[in-house]
Write a protein that binds this ligand. Structure first.
Ligand SMILES: Cc1cc2nc3c(=O)[nH]c(=O)nc-3n(C[C@H](O)[C@H](O)[C@H](O)COP(=O)(O)O)c2cc1C
Ligand code: SF4
Ligand code: SF4
Length: 283
């Protein structure tokens, strides 16, 4: 692969969808050659790294991936990526969102990559099951699915071809085109969001996932997978609202379904963003 000798994924991924996409793209970039086989893909998982620091060899191709929160790069991901330096190496900038919209996230992640010394040579937005998705309010449930992963791998192969042509040029990730939402559901969701904001102003308060004391077995899994240590060990039905980022890793990861997150957003998203959105890429 010309002057680039290794491939690396770098991601924050509480519920695992961003990780799946980053890995699939990396598999596409890796070709079964001596220098860069799939087994040579390294991984920096920032999900549980409070203060990561690393300097990446400029001859490494990095797949830099983060989930979208509120139309932006998840703030915890941005903060943790600020400890990583790219030494001029090429980066594939990837945002993963829950089938609503990615808005500013791709442009922001590319800008962050540039500040950290990477050269963003490709960008993409993929869909992952929404963090708030439940069996009764499914939002992009089961994604990324086989078709998404195949698309991610094919995108990785295109990135590889761009690299092999020599001196890959940077892209303007803010030009990545959003998949449109039909007008009626879009307006319905905006009306819901306005009503929600008004209610929040009248009755302020943060809602976070909670544990059910009757079914919790205190296995400790949720505390272990929480990326920000918001669940006290031994008292796992509680959540520290000042730390919780509402990523829902604890809800999806509890083996007995003892943690739930009651948010009206789940129903509003399930009703208005049920039409499948396909990935978008830019090279
Ligand atoms: C607090 C929060 C805000 C989110 N905001 C958005 C959003 O603005 N648009 C969207 O489509 N999905 C949104 N999502 C859904 C995630 O982007 C999506 O589920 C993603 O696949 C999660 O990545 P992970 O599996 O790596 O944690 C949000 C999720 C959370 C927890
Ligand atoms: S993962 Fe579920 S059962 Fe285990 S401690 Fe957490 S809430 Fe309790
Ligand atoms: S307590 Fe909050 S931050 Fe921790 S895993 Fe659950 S939702 Fe995520």
């Amino acid at each position: 692969m010309s002057e680039f000798t290794s491939i690396q994924t770098l991601f924050f991924s509480p519920t695992g969808t961003t990780k799946k996409i980053a890995r699939a793209i990396a598999r596409g970039v890796a070709a079964p050659t001596r220098e860069t086989s799939e087994s040579s893909i390294r991984e920096i998982d920032l999900t549980h790294e409070e203060n990561p620091a690393a300097r990446i060899d400029g001859r490494t191709v990095t797949i830099l991936a983060a989930p979208v929160y509120g139309g932006h790069v998840a703030p915890t991901a941005s903060r943790r990526m600020e400890g990583i330096h790219g030494a001029g190496g090429p980066a594939v900038v990837v945002v993963v969102y829950g089938n609503r919209a990615f808005e500013h996230a791709a442009g922001e992640l590319a800008e962050l990559a540039r500040r950290q010394g990477f050269n963003p040579i490709a960008a993409a937005a993929f869909v992952g099951e929404h963090s708030y998705s439940t069996p009764s309010t499914p939002i992009a449930a089961g994604r990324p699915d086989a078709a998404d992963l195949a698309a991610a791998e094919a995108f990785g192969q295109s990135v590889r071809r761009k690299i092999d042509r020599g001196t890959p040029a940077p892209v303007d990730a803010s030009r990545l085109k959003e998949r449109p939402t039909p007008l009626v559901p879009m307006l319905r969701f905006i009306a819901f969001a306005i009503r929600y904001m008004i209610r929040q102003r009248r009755h302020p308060g943060i809602t976070v996932p909670e544990g059910d004391p009757a079914s919790c077995t205190h296995c400790g899994r949720c505390a272990a997978i929480c990326p920000v240590q918001a669940i006290p060990r031994g008292d796992e039905t509680r959540t520290d609202p000042s730390r919780c980022i509402r990523c829902c890793a604890c809800v999806k990861g509890c083996p007995v379904g003892a943690r739930t997150f009651h948010t009206p957003f789940a129903d509003a998203l399930a009703r208005n963003f049920s039409r499948r959105k396909e990935p978008v890429t830019l090279l």
